[in-house]
Design a protein around this ligand. Structure first.
Ligand code: GLU
Length: 278
């Protein structure tokens, strides 16, 4: 099977050394397998994404020596597709409308019978309550119903696995997704979410290997579960170490000094930047 990898940044800031590391690993993996490397612009959060950051992504990755297939998929062009996938899940009872505010949920989570670490789980309102809320124009999010997901996948739910690409060829369980609780798949503000759009697009683009930082380790189980619920085959996941700053914190888009453009402006070459990677 042909290897297809991707780098999927959100244009909410300039790329830093950590992004460059991730992009390069994906590029090299595709290259060494004579496969394909794709760039995807994850710009569902239109309030935070900026065209100048998107332009900078193209410029910085090109400067680093990376090349990718055109045209580049932009998530903001695909909102109707994410909506269709939510409809598919809704028709199967796998998502429900949640009218709760963040405060409602915090209160529910700190109720005495809940443990503080338990992820939020709930379920749909009755048809009558739901209708009243809709008539009142109350905003809602679409949440995954873990209870229905378990029922849909049946007794196999707790034993379903996905592949983690490590030296040991680790196999992980989809049931790990439970720690997310009934995660929001359709946000109140824009109707979709990172998890849903990312899974839909990874499948649509035929991504075979998802290689990204360890901070997304836990998301892999949930995303593999979503693939399964949408009738799609999960890709292989692999997680790389994060590049940390001198205080041991992971780099963030706010760390201006380690953005690729700041390093370039200081006169560093692409090879100098690669030399800073583990
Ligand atoms: N847009 C996400 C980010 O920048 C992508 C995460 C992923 O690779 O799935 O963190």
């Amino acid at each position: 099977m042909e290897t297809v990898t991707r780098f999927a940044p959100s244009p909410t800031g300039y790329l830093h050394l950590g992004h460059a590391y991730s992009a390069l690993i994906n590029f090299q993996r595709a290259h060494s397998a004579q496969g394909r490397f794709l760039l995807r612009i994850e710009d569902i959060d239109q309030g935070r994404c900026k065209p100048e950051y998107e332009a900078a992504i193209n410029e910085d990755l090109t400067w680093l020596g990376l090349a990718w297939e055109k045209p580049v998929l932009r998530q903001s062009d695909r909102m109707a597709i994410y909506e269709a996938n939510l409809t598919y899940l809704h028709e199967r009872g796998l998502v429900y409308r949640c009218f709760k505010t963040r405060k409602d949920i915090e209160q529910a989570m700190s109720a005495p019978h809940e443990t503080t670490t338990a992820a939020f789980r709930s379920g749909p309102l009755t048809a009558l309550e739901e209708r009243d809320n809709l008539v009142d124009g109350r905003p809602y999010a679409w949440r995954l119903s873990l209870t229905e997901a378990e029922a849909t996948l049946g007794a196999t739910f707790s034993t379903l696995v996905y592949l983690e690409d490590t030296a040991e060829g680790l196999v992980k369980q989809l049931a790990e997704a439970q720690r997310f609780g009934d995660v929001v798949l359709g946000r109140k503000d824009n109707g979709t979410s990172y998890h849903l759009s990312s899974v839909v697009d990874d499948a649509a683009q035929g991504i075979t290997h998802i290689i990204r930082g360890r901070d997304l380790c836990e998301a892999a189980g949930l995303q593999a579960l979503l693939h399964q619920l949408l009738g799609l085959k999960p890709p292989v996941y692999k997680h790389h170490n994060l590049i940390l700053d001198e205080t041991g914190k992971r780099l963030s888009k706010r760390d201006k000094a380690v953005t690729l453009r700041a390093m370039r402006q200081r006169g560093l070459t692409p090879d100098d930047v690669k030399g800073l990677m583990p």
